[in-house]
Write a protein that binds this ligand. Structure first.
Ligand code: WTA
Length: 669
């Protein structure tokens, strides 16, 4: 496997952003208390965290509960890190039981709001730490009864209901690793992930509510089980939560109702003492080649890192009437780290919302903020762009004065969207934390601290404590200010991935071979004259659609698996709401007739193979794809064709120049 060639100087910054915003002068008053309240404090702590990481991380880790203290903070043999070596802990204990032990059992841990709204308003549930303790214990015991043992992988495929968080925590409680699959993925995606993880138990629901419709979760799992059976793989048990009461098929012996299992289960299930480096979860994410990769995170380091980043970046303070809301789905890393694992140990209620932002109307999010007096709000640029399009009037109908900190994650935020967020949602009084991080990093890596860091629209500003981020060339030399390069992390950090499940070679190749002994994030970036980081997007064949990473290769494989398709090339194309949309260039078998109907079929086919998020926005049917003499598809040309811009690029290596002209004519609709 070869790395795509990349010339760092080819990334040029076109943004010249001059607007700066200091943390509001009344921020400390409004918050009551702020962990880091000036840039010089940030610098002092940062310098110490880099010069003496052991002391820094020891102090943080000691704030959590360990059954056995660690012998060494870090063992680093690049690219393998072990954190809190020899220590034993349990993250469910730290999220839940520890709060109960400290006398906070009656406080709210999770506030949940369902999507459907009737005359009495939406359904709202509040779960206390004591509720979570009881429910994770019951489900933990139920899973053990189904044969789940420490180290097994449990697959979770559910809607955004409290039981999703409970299922994750229950696995952690008994020492099973979970693999959460986003509820929007298809049955094929489930089958692939279950196979890769060798998972034998699936927790799902009958259905999930999404924009007033029911997503047939159980049907998708049934289909996945059929696919698995055809490949001689058995799923031992499917646990089904009743939510939508839609009709489902039932396989006796394999299928179990969640409510029946948990009602019959004992409430006594002490959290398992886990080794700091025991696996906590796998989370599948797209790469530039082949199938999704199962990113491996372990227990102790991930726990410490998500706890402290959530605390400082959102300024979470227990006992001060804060309500924190992250709008992500738990199926993505943002939901893992900043709905569940980083937030609960901070003892601030975490709000979960089940459904779509525009159901029943475009003001749903602001309605929720007003109803629950949300103080910290964390969402994605793609959502902000949708809100802008729907209009400020939806937000203006609501009292958003409770908001104190706003956050964004998932892709670079364009300055107009930043300013809109600042003005319309934040009322010009809330710092915005633009957090850069990845599934692989476990938690925030480059981000403002709300009381300390002056912000500039479009920049994720400065590294978090302990994070040695840099922009370098392929030799690992730091680039001068305002020059594009590779974003790398030069020192290990507690939340870093420990590998790709079952694929050591891919782990080395993807992250560690490009620049020696540095973690290469796969993003291009620059630092400006103030040392602020600006992310310029992916350098590989991964496209970021609505803040979700998709490998172009995955979408191509899905297209080629359709009988009418010979060859396909997929590229990103600018899209008003999604940031990047998907354009697919497809050559057909000679028997296939090009038609609008076939295009629609291909779109649906991709949705079935991967999920609706991967549906191409444009499909162009063409006789041939532009290739180099060595047969490589020339994607940069396709990108221009898809975006409708004229090609000023060098085409001397094009095998067949007429192909390009034909592609332009293939313009859809
Ligand atoms: C992109 C999501 C610019 C980036 C937590 C990264 C961002 C990928 C930002 C990871 C940001 C994430 N500014 N780009 N604040 N946050 N990205 O694994 O390309 O789903 O590599 O993790 O999203 O996506 P992932």
């Amino acid at each position: 496997m070869t790395q795509p060639t990349f010339d760092p100087s080819s990334i040029e910054s076109i943004l010249h952003e001059e607007r700066h915003f200091n943390p509001p002068s009344d921020f400390v008053d409004r918050m009551g208390s702020v962990y880091v309240s000036s840039l010089s404090d940030y610098e002092k702590i940062y310098n110490r965290s880099i010069s003496d990481p052991q002391a820094f991380w020891t102090e943080i880790a000691e704030q959590l509960h360990w059954y056995r203290p660690w012998d060494r903070v870090l063992e680093w043999s690049p690219p393998d890190a072990k954190w809190f070596v020899g220590g034993q802990t349990n993250i469910c204990d730290n999220c839940v039981d520890r709060q109960v032990r400290n006398g906070h059992g009656d406080e709210t841990a999770i506030i949940w709001e369902g999507e459907p709204v009737d005359n009495g308003g939406p359904e709202i549930r509040r779960l206390t730490y004591a509720d979570l303790q009881r429910e994770t214990a019951r489900l933990g015991n139920a899973l053990k009864k189904l044969g789940v043992r420490k180290g097994d992988v449990v697959t979770i495929y559910m809607g955004m209901v409290p039981e999703l968080a409970i299922a994750m925590l229950a696995c952690a409680r008994i020492g099973a690793a979970h693999s959460v699959i986003f509820g929007g993925f298809s049955s094929q995606a489930i089958a692939d992930r279950v196979t890769d993880a060798d998972s034998r138990v699936i927790i799902t629901g009958d259905g999930a509510w999404r924009r007033g419709k029911i997503v047939p979760l159980k049907d998708n799992v049934d289909q996945a089980c059929e696919t698995l059976a055809a490949g001689n793989r058995d799923v031992d048990a499917v646990v089904v939560l009743k939510r939508c009461e839609n009709a489902i098929n039932w396989q006796d012996g394999r299928d179990h109702w969640y409510h029946e299992l948990t009602a019959a289960a004992d409430e006594d299930c002490p959290p398992e003492a886990m080794d700091s480096e025991d696996v906590l979860f796998l989370l599948y994410t797209s790469g530039s080649t082949g199938k999704p990769k199962g990113i491996v995170h372990t227990t102790g380091g991930y726990m410490v890192f998500t706890y402290i980043t959530a605390r400082y970046v959102f300024n979470l303070h227990p006992g001060r009437d804060q309500v924190y809301w992250c709008t992500a789905d738990c199926g993505w890393v943002t939901g893992h780290s900043y709905i569940v694992y980083g937030v609960l140990p901070n003892r601030v209620p975490s709000l979960m919302y089940e459904g779509a932002p525009n159901f029943p109307a475009e003001d749903r999010f602001w309605d929720i903020v007003e109803r629950h007096r949300v103080t910290q709000f964390y969402t994605a640029p793609t959502a902000i762009r949708a809100f802008m399009k729907w209009g400020a009037e939806h937000a203006e109908k609501h009292d958003l004065s409770s908001l104190k900190v706003l956050g964004t994650v998932g892709e670079p935020i364009n300055p107009e969207a930043w300013m809109w967020y600042h003005r319309v949602i934040g009322g010009e009084r809330c710092p915005i934390v633009d957090t850069w991080w990845q599934t692989e990093t476990g938690g925030h890596m480059i981000t403002p601290l709300p009381g300390a860091t002056p912000t500039t629209p479009g920049s994720c500003t400065l590294p978090f404590f302990g994070i040695d981020a840099a922009v370098v060339n392929e030799k690992g030399e730091e680039q001068p200010a305002n020059t594009g390069g590779l974003l790398v992390i030069r020192k290990p950090w507690p939340g870093m991935l420990r590998g790709i499940h079952g694929d050591r070679e891919r782990f080395l190749e993807t992250y560690w071979r490009r620049v020696e002994n540095m973690y290469c994030a796969g993003d291009g970036a620059k630092r400006d004259e103030h040392g602020y980081f600006w992310i310029m997007g992916r350098i590989d064949d991964v496209i970021n659609v609505s803040g979700h990473r998709l490998g172009t290769m995955e979408v191509e494989s899905a297209l080629v698996s359709h009988p009418a398709v010979v060859e396909a090339a997929v590229v990103g194309v600018p899209h008003e709401i999604k940031g990047t949309g998907i354009a697919a260039f497809v050559t057909l078998e000679s028997h296939a007739e090009p038609s609008a109907d076939l295009r629609e079929q291909l779109r649906d086919h991709v949705a079935r193979e991967i999920g609706a998020i991967a549906k191409p926005d444009q499909i162009r049917l063409t006789d041939a794809l532009p290739k180099t003499r060595s047969g490589k598809i020339m994607r940069r040309l396709l990108r221009d064709v898809a975006a409708g811009t004229d090609t000023e690029q060098d085409v001397t290596t094009l095998e067949d120049l007429t192909v390009l002209a034909k592609l332009r004519e293939s313009e859809e609709e």
